[in-house]
Design a protein. Sequence first.
Lengths: 249, 327
Amino acid sequence: MTDDVLVTHDITKSFGALRANDGVSIDLKRGEVHAIIGPNGAGKSTLIAQICGGLAPDSGTVHFLDHDVTAETVRARARMGLARTFQISALAMEDTVLQNALLGALGAAGRSWRMMRNVLKDTYLCGEALAALERVGLADQAAARTAELSHGQRRQLEVAVALTLQPRAFVMDEPMAGLGSEGSKQLTALLDELRWQAPILLVEHDMDAVFALADRISVLVYGRIIATGTVDEIRADPVVREAYLGEEA
Amino acid sequence: MSREALVNSAALLLLVAVPVWALWADEPFTITLATRAVIFALAAAGLNIALGWGGMVSLGHAVYFGLGGYAMGVLAFHAQNYTPLMDWPFTITGTKSMPVIWLVAMISSAVAALVIGLLALRTSGVYFIMITLAFGQMVFFFAISWPTYGGEDGLSIYVRNSFPGLNTLVPIEFYGLCLSVLCVILFLNARLIRSPFGLALNAARQVPHRVETVGMNPTRLKLSALVISGAVTGLAGALFADLNRFVSPTMLSWQMSGEIMVFVIIGGVGRLFGPVVGACLFVLLEHFLGGVSEYWQVFLGLVLLGIVLFGHGGVVGMIAGRGRTHD
């Protein structure tokens, strides 16, 4: 087994005349945070959709845990341990925080067809859910309605749901979206610990978070990876500075 | 005890007390009225599983209600005429036994819900409503044009079907039977929404893409809910046909689908006792307003409008406040 947990090889995806992804090859190794940055419209969302299974690439392959998963569904990849978080929180707002966390545990355990047992009395599922909430610092909010959480807490819950999947890799789509600097710092600290549980493919606009977390950064511009390297290499790269970071970066 | 639990207990208490009073006061018509309310409540409880928890706005639940009715009608028709239902490849005879009829009603409704759901769940929103409505109309016109079982005129069954140990012709005994069925179904319904399946279904209604990314199939969850929903409404249809000792295509009409939905909306969508409260109110309004004016449905419309605009999701919500039953 290699060190690569998640690999895309030469992924290409077009929408009509638009090449959203043009031969994108990235890899995610054990214990690392690999950040994908790039301007709006660079093809980051398209890339995530192909990695997680919502879109099929026109050509190229996606490998997860040394399996070719290019043809697998979103559900199959999730059951293998590919945990994603959404840019816009995808939470059941009417339900409690615990119920949202239970959903992930439920999917991972494949118990969704049990119809007569009280889910709150399932000690295994509740244990998993509470452990995840504990991890992100929401354990004391378990009984609260999700709609009553602050935006920052919802972002934490989003991570907790991913955690209940017993993930082998995280794919996080702008986890810092909409957070203030304080919330952003908190979540950055959390993700910094999580990388030891499973590596994180991080798509993020918040450069402070990216520079604090990333072991490697790939820069996606007009559907192509124009550079991959460490934080320092990317900061120093003249092409990247011109294309993306702007002069003062 | 939460306020909603109080409302539920009060509803249940009334459903027991009123017929007992009617029996004492020798008012058999009140018992028939209450039976009608209980059966409508059961039909609506079925729809509520699809509509309230699954988020599927089905305007075709008359299909299941009517199929349940025809399951009773056809089986009892052959039993009272001493003709077999079919001869080949093996003989099936009719029956007057309620448990058998209920089973047939639930299975045929469940199969219909599976077929309709497989097609309708490829769509959502207004298209889902239209497809379920279209299936409803197909079955309705099929029933009208099939002369073997009465066509437009429907089927009359002379003697109410039997249930072991009961004389179903005595109104209060039949009422007790219907109320027991309703209670059993509501109990199972309460278990269902608290179960892992209920949790997943609830999430599939609110955030289907999330359900998918934790490894579950939201469409399959909804389809299962629709099948359960159809079976319950089918059971109600069999009881309704037995109450009237008559089944006709009216039970399959789209107005019937609308009425079942009105019960749920009046009472409270996604509330365990919403359908019960809604159906009881509907039957009361129908009875008292119907006595005042031929155009009583105008007033029903006004009541409905008021509840939708000002009630927090139905009468149960108005009394009990926010919060769904699973809280």
